[in-house]
Design a protein around this ligand. Structure first.
Ligand code: ATP
Ligand code: MG
Length: 414
């Protein structure tokens, strides 16, 4: 089988080989190629030291991305190609990063330090696929398996535990029993992994095809990184199922996963509010960006909101929530058990309102603050209040959304 590489990557391998070194693409790109999935980035591994790599590419722009760890980036015909020296890793006193890396001439040793068999396959056009650890079979059978002793590998770097869950969720793969047992046994070490890395994995994991199963099977691991997920089994099952059935969108899925955190810990009163507060705290702790955090928290807070079918109630909800949050809220409520016809009605009515350009917010109202001022209303608070009043009258069909009519109403009322 031929793995057709981008010509720039092919060229980097060719130049390294011509200079007498070994070079391969490795890791994610080989895995994704063999699975027929879209490839995000190509990593090249080579037997040359970083200095030697720089010499081979002396005629190219070279960025010293991580010289100590053996990585240089070469810009070839406009494309950045990362080239990393074959290496072994030693001593993981912090359960996260090696204390020391050593360069090696052996591809096999380099592949041995990689996390899972499916990520430990190398390829070049001359040699074909190099698979020393059974990665091809595991890809065929859909298995996540550590390279080497699973206990040891998770002990070296606890982030691998989350990566394993993420690959299982995204690829729909099962766990080799030893790898599964080791992941659970070593879960406590995840406390040492930085919030940013946890968040990064969680974001990918929650959008996976298999997220519901992974969240169900590995609850004891998730409660290490998110203790707020402890509590009632029934509520947990509901949260996980809601997240798994929600549209594949980060904000909606995380809102679904956290929407009943209040109930999970036994708070039945004001549970939407309580869940939103808890989610806000945990998303801050995981260092989520403000925009994503606020969107998620907003949906959770609003998830019990009833929207009735009338056009004016839908317009008011659209105005209050904004378009994005309105549609996201419907999707969350649909995943949370809202009847399909109800969902479609609320969605399509809103789409109709927007498409017909009907007035439902201040932007679509036929008058603005300046128009109101020109009628002699004092500047300041009154303007906003007057605009809101007009908007409500228009939405409720008591006034037409026409400038003259709206201004006449104001003048009459003064
Ligand atoms: P993706 O890019 O789709 O998230 P990937 O497998 O390419 O997945 P990267 O983080 O880009 O993940 O890493 C590239 C390769 O480096 C992996 O395929 C794996 O071989 C190795 N690798 C990455 N992180 C680790 C780790 N924590 N422990 C061991 N090997 C790792
Ligand atoms: Mg990658």
């Amino acid at each position: 089988m031929i793995f057709e590489l981008p010509k720039q990557v092919e060229k980097s391998i060719h130049l390294l080989e011509t200079a007498g070194y070994e070079a391969y693409v490795v890791g994610g790109c080989v895995r994704d190629f063999l699975l027929g999935r879209e490839i995000n980035d190509y990593d090249v591994a080579a037997s040359s030291t970083p200095e030697e790599t720089k010499n081979v590419f002396s005629g190219f722009a070279v960025i010293e991305t991580g010289i100590k760890h053996g990585t240089v980036t070469v810009i070839i015909d406009g494309m950045p190609v990362e080239i990393t020296t074959f290496r072994t890793e030693h001593g993981y006193t912090d359960n996260r990063r090696p204390d020391r890396v050593e360069f090696t001439k052996s591809l096999k040793n380099d592949l041995a330090r990689r996390d899972f068999t499916i990520n430990a396959i190398a390829y070049n056009y001359r040699v074909g696929f190099c698979d020393y650890y059974g990665g091809t079979d595991d890809l065929k059978n859909g298995i996540i398996r550590c390279v080497g002793d699973a206990d040891k590998r998770f002990g070296e770097d606890a982030l691998r535990i989350l990566r394993a869950l993420r690959f299982s969720s995204v690829l729909g793969f099962e766990f080799d029993p030893e790898t599964r047992a080791a992941a659970i046994k070593k879960a406590d070490l995840l406390k040492k992994v930085s919030a940013e890395r946890v968040a990064e994995e969680l974001k990918k994991l929650i959008c996976g095809v298999n997220s519901e199963t992974v969240l169900m099977w590995f609850r004891d691991i998730f409660t290490v990184i998110i203790p707020e997920l402890s509590g009632s089994d029934v509520v947990y099952g509901h949260l996980v199922h809601t997240a798994g059935s929600a549209e594949n969108n980060l904000v909606i899925r995380l809102a679904a996963l956290f929407h009943d955190l209040g109930l999970l810990c036994g708070e039945t009163e004001n549970h939407a509010e309580k869940s939103a507060e808890t989610a806000d705290t945990l998303l801050r702790r995981l260092k989520f960006d403000n925009e994503t955090r606020k969107r998620i928290v907003r949906l959770i807070k609003e998830h019990e909101r009833e929207i009735s079918f009338s056009d004016n109630e839908i317009k008011k909800a659209l105005n209050l929530l904004g378009e994005t949050d309105y549609f996201n809220l419907l999707k969350l409520k649909y995943a949370d058990g809202m009847d399909k016809n109800e969902y479609l009605m609320l969605r399509d009515t809103a789409i109709g309102i927007i498409e017909r350009g009907e007035c439902y917010n201040l932007k679509t109202l036929a008058v603005n603050g300046r128009d109101i001022l020109s009628c002699g209303v004092r500047a300041g608070h009154d303007i906003g209040k007057t605009l809101d009043e007009l908007l409500e009258l228009v939405i409720d069909g008591k006034l037409e959304n026409k400038k003259e009519e709206l201004l006449a109403y104001i003048i009459k009322g003064q």
